[in-house]
Design a protein around this ligand. Structure first.
Ligand code: GLN
Length: 304
């Protein structure tokens, strides 16, 4: 299959969809991002890579960081993690508070903010230098030392993080956060503010393609079983309240972020990442979703 030709075609095909979404505007640093950017990268299981557009331009990974923190927390706590966070889609917005109250402080899944904050607490309570741990892990997986916390974004997340602070306090009131609320939020905001590009992302998620093995870090970062499970959670919970439509139209386990990035995998075959900053109403990249849909349609490659 001529993957380069397919990516080039997709870049052309998605042009009519620019201008139909809106960049995240809850913090100035994201509101300023130019909306017309586009990048896509593909990495096959044998290490061959293809890309189109600004695949080396770093962007704010935001909720894609929840994937890396989940991998770390699974490694730390194993199955016990699931006593503190569930594995069901939430059917609500990523930053919703209501469900957490009536489900007694157990977040539906690790990919909504409440669940990610619990996962962050697990990492924070098992790390000497928690704020660095997720970024260090990401750098190992991507092989790129430039994957750093954007301090301006991290600070803005703090300044505008009222909902996340509310979620963290509610979790603390149910004893589902053990550490100091502000310290946990600090780690959470910093992981959201990590920057990566599309090529970094397809390299960093290779453990989800290769049964837990990272060819970049040259080690097994998850067991094969854990990798399978992370993929299952991506499929059912990775796109917030749009996850059903995404499975329907794209058909790949994926994780998105409000920076406009989406990373997806076909276990055993490839990882693919796309970045286009304009979001749809659910907070997922509008052009990015369309591009991934075109990719699985044109290639006939999806988990279904
Ligand atoms: N930093 C954002 C938040 O916590 C991340 C949300 C997202 O990417 N969906 O609200």
């Amino acid at each position: 299959m001529d993957f380069q030709k397919i990516l080039d075609e997709i870049q052309e095909d998605v042009q009519p969809y620019f201008g139909k979404g809106a960049v995240a505007d809850y913090i100035p640093a994201l509101a300023r991002v130019s909306p017309d950017q586009f990048a896509m990268a593909l990495r096959l299981a044998d290490g061959t890579e293809y890309s189109v557009g600004s695949a080396e331009t770093p962007f704010s990974i935001q909720s894609i960081s929840k994937l890396f923190s989940l991998m770390l927390a699974m490694d730390i706590m194993g199955e016990d993690l699931w006593t503190r966070v569930g594995r069901e889609p939430s059917g609500t917005a990523f930053n919703s508070l209501v469900q957490l109250e009536y489900e007694n402080g157990i977040p539906r899944n690790p990919f909504i903010n409440a669940g990610a904050i619990v996962v962050t607490d697990v990492i924070a309570s098992h790390s000497a230098n928690a704020p660095r741990r997720v970024a260090d892990f990401v750098r190992q997986l991507s092989g790129n030392d430039q994957n750093r916390v954007d301090e301006e974004v991290a600070l803005s997340e703090w300044e505008h993080g009222y909902r996340n602070a509310a979620l963290a306090n509610l979790l603390r009131s149910f004893n589902n956060i053990t550490g100091d609320v502000d310290s946990v939020l600090d780690v959470y905001f910093r992981q959201c503010a990590i920057t990566m590009n599309c090529l970094d992302l397809v390299r960093a998620v290779q453990p989800l393609v290769l049964g837990g093995h990272s060819p970049i870090a040259n080690r097994q970062v998850l067991t094969q079983r854990e990798a399978k499970r992370v993929n299952a959670i991506m499929l059912t919970c990775g796109l917030y309240d749009a996850v059903g439509n995404f499975a329907y139209s794209v058909g790949l386990p994926a994780k998105s972020g409000v920076g406009g990035g989406i990373v997806a995998v076909l276990p055993g075959q490839f990882s693919i990442a796309v970045w286009a900053p304009e979001l749809d109403a659910a907070g997922n990249s509008l052009v990015g979703t369309r591009a991934l849909e075109l990719f699985t349609t044109k290639t006939g490659l999806s988990i279904f």
